[in-house]
Design a protein around this ligand. Structure first.
Ligand code: NAG
Ligand code: NAG
Ligand code: NAG
Ligand code: NAG
Ligand code: NAG
Ligand code: NAG
Length: 235
């Protein structure tokens, strides 16, 4: 939870403009999961099977979203994706998200693929895929301009690549994405906050030290030419 606290601290200090969406290219894809889950990416999703890349640049047969009791799900179904090295009759992708304690995260990713890639028959059903964490504070969308990759635990022949993801599975208002919580922005903003605090603390410390230095030692009786200090010991 600490990093979300830091995030909000940084958020308050820095200009909200830092979160503005910079993407401006229409190779972007947008899937509307029944108004419950929004999913956007800068480029179409890429599925690598046996080193053959399939670009999921067709419109999905269906994009469905559900949201209930703190759990949201996005289900994307693609049909007939092909390239020169293979043909996939169906690709189903399911992403589940859960919400708790002021933030949400992707809790599960599942993929089902049927077809052939480079001469090999592929028949995967509901294979769990794992990769970079996707999480953000409530009401925020998650954004990452890097390429994120998701794959099964013990299988290197299947990789799902997502470039420039923006996703929001909860609390979509006004039919658009909320502010985005950026995968890289967080670090730079946290760093800026740390630097700002370091300068502030440094300045306070410097001011304190200079105040200490300007205190003069009592030297009223240190003048060698002045009257010596005489203490009368006689009563
Ligand atoms: C948009 O994407 C295309 C192809 O990916 C690229 O050639 C072009 O430079 C991009 N335009 C901008 C403004 O990023
Ligand atoms: C998403 O879909 C819902 C209904 O399924 C619709 O009300 C909403 O306007 C759509 N939003 C966008 C941005 O396409
Ligand atoms: C895929 O490529 C990697 C290296 O690029 C290689 O190690 C691996 O054996 C290849 N897998 C298949 C199924 O061709
Ligand atoms: C397809 O398979 C052949 C042999 O099985 C291999 O030589 C070739 O590199 C593969 N192609 C890709 C794109 O992995
Ligand atoms: C959601 O909660 C309601 C009432 O608390 C319950 O009836 C329903 O079965 C729950 N749905 C799921 C998917 O857990
Ligand atoms: C993956 O492989 C490891 C060791 O090879 C094994 O212990 C583990 O159970 C495997 N996990 C799955 C999900 O198959």
């Amino acid at each position: 939870m600490d990093k979300f606290f830091l995030f909000f601290l940084a958020y308050l200090i820095t200009c909200p403009k830092a979160f503005a969406d910079d993407a401006s290219n229409d190779t972007r894809i947008f899937y509307n999961g029944t108004g419950e889950v929004f999913f956007k990416a800068q480029e179409p999703l890429v599925l690598k099977l046996n080193n053959v890349s399939f670009v999921l640049d067709k419109d999905p047969e269906s994009a469905e979203g559900t949201s209930e009791n703190g759990t949201s799900t996005l289900t994307l179904k693609f049909k007939d994706i092909s390239n020169e090295a293979g043909q996939l009759s169906s690709v189903d992708l399911v992403m589940s998200f859960s919400e708790s304690m002021g933030y949400w995260k992707m809790s599960k990713g599942m993929i089902s693929v049927k077809g052939t890639a480079n001469g090999t028959q592929i028949d995967n059903t509901d294979v769990a895929i794992h990769g970079q964490k996707i999480e953000a504070p409530r009401r925020f969308s998650y954004h990452c301009s890097r390429v994120l990759s998701y794959k099964p635990v013990n299988d290197t022949n299947l990789v799902l690549l997502i470039k420039g993801i923006q996703v929001q599975p909860f609390e979509i208002t006004d039919d658009r994405f909320g502010r985005s919580y950026d995968c890289q922005g967080f670090f730079s903003i946290a760093l800026l906050t740390a630097i700002f605090l370091a300068i502030l603390i440094g300045a306070l410390l410097g001011w304190g030290i200079s105040m200490l230095m300007s205190v003069n030692a009592p030297d009223r009786f240190d003048d060698p030419k002045g009257k010596p200090l005489v203490v009368n010991a006689l009563e």
